[in-house]
Design a protein around this ligand. Structure first.
Ligand SMILES: NC(=O)c1ccc[n+]([C@@H]2O[C@H](COP(=O)([O-])OP(=O)(O)OC[C@H]3O[C@@H](n4cnc5c(N)ncnc54)[C@H](OP(=O)(O)O)[C@@H]3O)[C@@H](O)[C@H]2O)c1
Length: 287
C-alpha cells in the first residue's frame, strides 16, 4: 500500500488524485489529521486513517501495511517542523516501508536565509541516515505563494515589498504529477532529486507585468527597504514572527536561492511545466 500524508492539503490531495489514475484505490491510503476532510477519498475506496506528526503514536495505525510512505512536509512555524517530519520518517521505518519519500524543496540548505529550507535540509539528511531507500523530491517554489501579493496589487496597483530575486514559480499540479509518477516507478528517482521546477525564473517585477496583462490594469513593482517594509507590515497587523519569516524569503530570493530552472520536472511529467501565468489566472479567478 502507498500511504500519502497531508492528503487534505493542496499538494497531497492532488498527489492522491494523480495516484488514483495509476493504481487501484485499494492500494492507496492516506494519513490525515482530520479524516472528516477526506470523506470523498474514502468513498473512492482509499483507506483513510487519522495521523498527526506531532502525535507519533497515531502514525502506527495510519502507516500500517505501508510499502511506501510519502511524507508531505508539515508546515509548522515557530519550531517543531523538523521534529514532526522526523516522527513521520521514524513511523514509516517502523511500519516496514520499503521506500520513503519526502517533499523537500529545490533550495533546501542548512545555510538558506529562508528557515523552511533549513528544515528541509535537516529532514533530507535525517532520511538518508535511516537505511531505507528514500527519495527527497526537491520541489520548486509554489507559484500559489504569489497569492500574498494580490490584495495590495489589486487595491493599490502596486506590489510594494523588499528587493527580491528570480524564482522558478512552480505549479502544484506539476509537482503532484511528478510525485505520483515517482511513487509508481521503481527507479525513476533515488535519493535527493534534482530541482523539480518550472522552466523559467521570474522576479516580482516580471510578476507585476504578467498581472498587468491578466487584469488589464497597470500594476507596478515598488521596492522598499527591509526595515521600512517590516515596520509597515507589523503596523498592518502582521505578527513580527511572520514578518521576519517573509523577510527571509525576500532575502533568500535576492541571494538567488530560488533562481534555478531545471529540466528534470519537464522530463518526469513529459510536458512543459505550467507557466506562472496559469496559477496567477487561477488565483485571480478564485477571488
Ligand atoms: N515548495 C514550496 O514552495 C512550499 C511552499 C509552502 C509550503 N511548502 C511545504 O509543502 C507542504 C505541502 O504544501 P501544501 O500546499 O499542500 O500545503 P497545505 O495545503 O497547507 O497542506 C499541508 C498539509 O500538511 C498537513 N499537516 C500540517 N501539520 C501536520 C501535522 N502535524 N501532522 C500531519 N499533517 C500535518 C495539513 O493537514 P490539515 O489538512 O489537517 O491542515 C495539510 O494536509 C507544506 O506543508 C509545506 O511544508 C512548500
Amino acid at each position: 500500500m502507498i500511504i500519502v500524508t497531508g492528503a487534505t492539503g493542496n499538494l497531497g490531495r492532488r498527489i492522491v488524485e494523480r495516484l488514483l489514475e495509476r493504481v487501484p484505490a485499494g492500494e492507496v491510503g492516506v494519513s490525515v489529521r482530520d479524516a472528516g476532510k477526506a470523506g470523498d477519498l474514502a468513498a473512492k475506496g482509499v483507506r483513510v486513517r487519522g495521523g498527526d506528526f506531532t502525535r507519533p503514536e497515531t502514525l502506527e495505525s495510519s502507516f500500517e501495511g505501508a510499502d511506501q510512505v510519502l511524507v508531505v512536509s508539515a508546515a509548522i512555524r515557530g519550531g517543531g517542523a523538523f521534529e514532526a517530519n522526523k516522527s513521520a520518517i521514524d513511523a514509516a521505518v517502523a511500519a516496514g516501508a520499503s521506500r520513503i519519500m519526502y517533499t523537500s524543496h529545490q533550495a533546501a540548505s542548512p545555510r538558506s536565509l529562508f528557515p523552511p529550507q533549513q528544515v528541509h535540509a535537516a529532514t533530507q539528511d535525517y532520511l538518508a541516515t535511516r537505511n531505507v531507500p528514500f527519495v527527497a523530491l526537491r520541489n520548486g517554489f509554489y507559484a500559489n505563494a504569489l497569492a500574498i501579493h494580490l490584495d495590495s496589487a489589486l487595491s493599490t496597483g502596486q506590489i510594494t515589498v523588499p528587493q527580491d530575486g528570480p524564482v522558478s514559480w512552480t505549479a502544484h499540479e506539476d509537482l503532484a504529477e511528478a510525485a505520483a509518477i515517482a511513487l509508481t516507478s521503481a527507479d525513476l528517482i533515488a535519493g535527493i532529486s534534482s530541482p523539480l521546477t518550472a522552466s523559467t525564473s521570474l522576479d516580482l517585477g516580471d510578476v507585476a507585468a504578467i498581472l498587468s496583462r491578466l487584469t488589464g490594469r497597470t500594476i507596478t513593482r515598488v521596492t522598499i527597504d527591509d526595515d521600512e517594509w517590516k515596520t509597515a507590515a507589523i503596523a498592518r497587523g502582521l505578527p513580527p514572527m511572520v514578518a521576519d519569516f517573509s523577510l527571509g524569503m525576500f532575502q533568500a530570493a535576492r541571494r538567488g536561492e530560488f533562481d534555478v530552472a531545471d529540466p528534470t520536472l519537464e522530463t518526469i511529467v513529459g510536458h512543459r511545466p505550467l507557466p506562472v501565468e496559469n496559477t496567477l489566472a487561477q488565483l485571480l479567478d478564485n477571488r
